[in-house]
Design a protein around this ligand. Structure first.
Ligand code: ADP
Length: 398
């Protein structure tokens, strides 16, 4: 079966078409600037040259229409007709407490998705828009929702309840949800495969380090703790997000600087993290280069980032009583030898010993420990789209 995977943002849309017979990637692409002047699609079909499609796209339905047209195009497409698409898998950020696994989308599911939108006001509405546009264009094709939060629904209450009045959990569902679940699940399953062990027997710490970043403790294949919380703002210091800070800082700054709720939210989400500390960039390539050239705040930003990751690795080693495998994934985790080395530095007490030579790898699957009696350390490029396609296939063929 061929499955189309859709990841819809507010003005962007990523897609992949996979042939699940052999899990082959047929096409992938990115639509940018939906609803903004200069809309375009970067469309790549396996084995063919990239094409850029520049056309006005006033909304997601128009964008999706053009994507479907590109998929069946005689020259740069991969299929002859839309009927070849057996199902569509949609990435949905927030599934609240209702969804602990992926689901086939029906009217009832759509109703709950609208309810969950309140919990993820930036992310869920564009996800819903993408689903509805697809439903209009492909009314008889089954659709599945795969949630970023679902993998973490196995956490025990002690790891998801915040120490604030319990009534806020009851009234507003304020609790830790965790995100990047599809990625943490994919890389932990892949690590078990690489180790040729049953995932049920493994304690794994997965570090998804991209612009958004989170760490997860995966015990026996289940997420038991993760660093992101009620929103993706908690946990690690990120590209532009603060991660954990003393909550008292927020009213203090609001008072001193006269900031509104929206302004303080913007400060914590868009102007903080390594960008905020360095005053330079949220991109780790820029920071590493600047630090090498003596920029002290760039170095400090990297140090803070690394120190936070180490803190979580240590915490999760304690939570699981040891680590069998430590995984690095996403933009920084897959590419930055510097960050990986610094995170592992001084963690010999946790049986973590990274090999500098093996750690030179970039963007490909690799084991980074030479000493096989130590915990296994891997770079595993994440593949959320494949995970979404697998879940979609499983649900629509059930
Ligand atoms: P997201 O999907 O959350 O937007 P990504 O997983 O694409 O993020 O990761 C983006 C981050 O990866 C950026 O901070 C970028 O600097 C970093 N990155 C990409 N390539 C490298 C590299 N070669 N060295 C260091 N960092 C890198």
């Amino acid at each position: 079966m061929k499955i189309l995977v859709i990841n819809c943002g507010s003005s962007s849309l990523k897609y992949q078409l996979l042939d699940m017979n052999g899990e082959k990637l047929l096409c992938k692409g990115l639509v940018e600037r939906i609803g903004i002047e200069g809309s375009r699609i970067k469309h790549d079909t396996t084995g063919k040259d990239r094409v850029i499609i520049e056309e006005p796209m006033e909304d997601h339905k128009r964008a999706l229409g053009l994507v479907l047209k590109a998929l069946v195009d005689e020259n740069h497409g991969a299929i002859k007709s839309m009927d070849e698409i057996g199902a569509v898998g949609h990435r949905v950020v927030h599934g609240g407490e209702t969804f602990s696994s992926s689901v086939v989308i029906d009217d009832e599911v759509m109703k709950v998705l609208y309810e969950c939108a309140e919990l993820a006001p930036l992310h869920n509405p564009p996800n819903i828009t993408g689903i509805e546009a697809c439903q209009e264009l492909m009314p008889s094709t089954p659709m599945v929702a795969v949630f970023d939060t679902a993998f973490h629904q196995t956490m025990d209450p002690e790891n998801y309840i915040y120490p604030i009045p319990f009534e806020y959990y009851e009234k507003y569902k304020i609790r830790r949800y965790g995100f990047h679940g599809t990625s943490h699940k994919y890389v932990s399953l892949r690590a078990a495969e690489l180790l040729d062990k049953d995932i049920k027997d493994l304690n794994i710490v997965t570090c998804h380090l991209g612009n958004g970043a989170s760490v997860c403790a995966v015990q026996g294949g289940k997420s038991i703790a993760t660093s992101m919380g009620f929103t993706p703002l908690e946990g690690l210091a990120m590209g532009t997000r603060s991660g954990d800070i003393d909550p008292a800082i927020i009213p203090f700054i609001m008072d001193k600087e006269g900031l509104t709720f929206d302004e303080v939210n913007e400060m914590l989400n868009k102007k903080s993290g390594v960008l905020g500390i360095s005053g330079l960039s949220s991109d780790f390539r820029d920071l590493e280069e600047a630090a090498e050239n003596g920029n002290k705040r760039a170095k400090l930003a990297l140090d803070v980032f690394v120190s936070r990751v180490k803190k979580y690795v240590g915490a999760y080693a304690a939570t699981m009583c040891g680590i069998d495998a430590l995984i690095f994934t996403a933009g920084i985790g897959e590419n930055s030898s510097y960050v990986r080395e610094k995170i592992c530095e001084g963690l010999e007490c946790l049986n973590i010993r990274i090999d500098s030579e093996l750690n030179k790898v970039r963007g490909e699957e690799a084991q980074l420990n030479k000493d096989l009696t130590s915990a296994s350390i891997f770079v595993i490029p994440t593949n959320e789209e494949l995970m979404i396609a697998r879940d979609t296939l499983e649900l629509v063929t059930k």
